[in-house]
Design a protein around this ligand. Sequence first.
Ligand code: PLP
Length: 420
Amino acid sequence: DQNISELDPEIAAVLDGELARQQNTLEMIASENFVPRAVLQAQGSVLTNKYAEGYPGRRYYGGCEQVDIAETIAIDRAKALFGAEHANVQPHSGATANAAVLHALINAGDKILGLDLAHGGHLTHGMRINFSGKLYDVAAYGVDPQTFRVDYDAVRKAALEHRPDVLIGGWSAYPRQLDFAAFREIADEVGAKLWVDMAHFAGLVAAGLHPNPVEHSDVVSSTVHKTIGGPRSGFILSKGEYAKKIDSAVFPGQQGGPLMHVIAAKAVAFKVASTEGFKARQQRTIDGARIIADRLTAPDVAAAGVSVLTGGTDVHLVLVDLRHSTLDGQQAEDLLHSAGVTVNRNAVPFDPRPPRVTSGLRIGTPALATRGFGDAEFTEVADIIATALVEGAAADVDALAARVRKLTEAFPLYPGLQQY
Ligand code: PLP
């Protein structure tokens, strides 16, 4: 029974290298976060050894008495956190949660209507080569070409035209809150079920800083690893009337044995998400995104042809519009990466460049808020990013990297962590 450093030094080196990378750079990918040590402990535990097909008290395997406790706690915490009648905490990921939602609500060939992938929607909301686009008849609504916001009259028009069986609210790249009551009204008008995918903003909802889709929706799906800051995984909330359908769509409809180590880690993350400290962190997350949006709408940035979609943000991310900049999305991502700031390039709606290049950046604040950053640090981060985008190819990367190093050193990540 060897330590990983003896058994597999190549993989041990990856663990070390990745810890150092996370410690020494500014992580600003909007869908990422840093889990607490307690989540690492649950996820790296002997629970990974256990088969537990079925649900607590109704398993197809013996020896589930301990994992039943963990899953029951996770379910109860998820329901309490979001005020839901039913919770399924078994989805391995956001994508499998979404597959189970559609599997539960409709049949192959039925119609779904969601936000266009090119306007900030997600692959699982109907992308052509995703399961959702292959199994279901897909229609999409887009954002308004002037405001870049979801226009509910346009959603209603699309719903009346396409008559979807499921109307989808939710996004991967959109900087504003959604009006769930408006979605509900439109769904009711056309006889559609309403599914909201809150994968990105669930942490803000848990903190009470974003409208809660649960009361308006038939079903709500989410990931646990974005703003919530838990283990990489998904979960589904629903009205009681869908409980049985959702559960059987996840297992046996969609998955086999649940990942009990991850479910235990989800329980830990939900416990953290019910605390005052978590609420304060989500507030710093939103405040940080606003600080970045403010800096990236200043005159020197505008003069460089760089702007912010919708002019600001209500959530944990900012979408930068580079359509009029000398940098494309790929170049901007690479430039920031060379200074130690990790972001992802992202197509903007009506993007003239191909998806592998893009004319945008998605910049998120959850991971840095978890690291402890507040207004002062986000102000410095915002200026580092603004300087890089304004100066472009002429930017002094070494000077920017030195500023990044000062911040990472002042806010050590996982100090003293022994990974093995
Ligand atoms: N739903 C939305 C809105 C997302 O943004 C994502 C992740 O990017 C997912 C679902 C999928 O989650 P996962 O990557 O865990 O499958």
